[in-house]
Design a protein around this ligand. Structure first.
Ligand SMILES: Nc1ncnc2c1ncn2[C@@H]1O[C@H](COP(=O)(O)OP(=O)(O)OP(=O)(O)O)[C@@H](O)[C@H]1O
Length: 231
């Protein structure tokens, strides 16, 4: 579904991604894992067109994305929940969710009911400002906003960072439901091993700007963890 080949990226003179190759299987939940600073967020930003690739190709369903503007990538079916959530604090929950409608191709006018079934708290807080929500609720709002788009693939960058355990559990339940019951393709940058094992079917390990191991989650061995994840 997504095929990245020989992707290179640099900030100024510092090269971050090095001839990176990555395949994402349709219908799977794939966890991209690796220590801090290996380039996971940079990889997702390149995928979303928020950072330019220096060279290489990113194919989505056979279409070359590096030539597609960032604004066009969401309507093509890619939902993105950035690290740090990025909701609009002065807008209400409803207004934040409505922003997701703008990226839909079908001019839908209403927020899908499903969003409130997945995250009932968003309905309870519909008219509150985004900035008044707790960190966990803001994360649910950010995921809800990406889902308003009705994406074919949902990309999440460390959705559980700094979030209380009961909301981490709820977010995990939603990811499992969307992926396993509804067949949504999920790409998840995740540092928490337990969470990755619970929701993911595939892993990709990153080290110094490259993918160094790719396999089904069941094959994530203690050896690989020691080599590429332990600090
Ligand atoms: N705007 C920037 N300008 C220059 N260097 C940057 C910038 N953003 C990130 N970097 C550097 O790029 C490298 C990769 O960062 P990136 O955020 O992609 O890693 P990461 O694996 O997502 O890490 P983390 O888990 O800490 O978020 C790091 O060395 C970081 O310092």
């Amino acid at each position: 579904m997504i095929r990245i080949q020989n992707l290179n990226q640099q900030y100024g003179g510092t090269r971050i991604l090095w001839d990176l190759n990555l395949d994402i299987t349709e219908g799977a939940c794939t966890c991209i894992m690796g220590r801090n600073g290996v380039g996971k967020t940079t990889l997702l930003k390149c995928l979303m067109g928020l950072l330019p690739a220096s060279s290489g190709s990113i194919e989505y369903n056979g279409r070359e994305l590096t030539k597609v503007s960032a604004e066009q990538r969401a309507p093509s079916g890619i939902g993105y929940v950035p690290q740090g959530r990025d909701i609009f604090p002065m807008l209400t929950v409803e207004e934040n969710l409505r922003l997701g409608l703008l990226a839909r191709k079908d001019n839908a006018k209403d927020i899908p009911e499903k969003i409130f079934e997945l995250f009932p708290v968003l309905n309870d807080m519909l008219h509150r400002r985004g900035g008044d929500l707790s960190g966990g609720q803001q994360q649910q709002l950010a995921i809800g906003r990406a889902l308003v788009l009705d994406p074919k693939v949902l990309i999440l960058d460390e959705p559980n960072e700094g979030i209380q355990p009961n909301i981490v559990k709820q977010i995990g339940d939603v990811i499992v439901k969307l992926n396993q019951e509804e067949g949504l393709t999920v790409v998840l940058v995740e540092q928490k091993l337990g969470f990755a094992r619970r929701v993911g079917q595939e892993f990709r390990l990153m080290e110094k700007g490259r993918i160094v191991a790719s396999d089904p989650m069941a094959n994530l061995s203690d050896d690989l963890i020691r080599q590429h994840l332990a600090v």
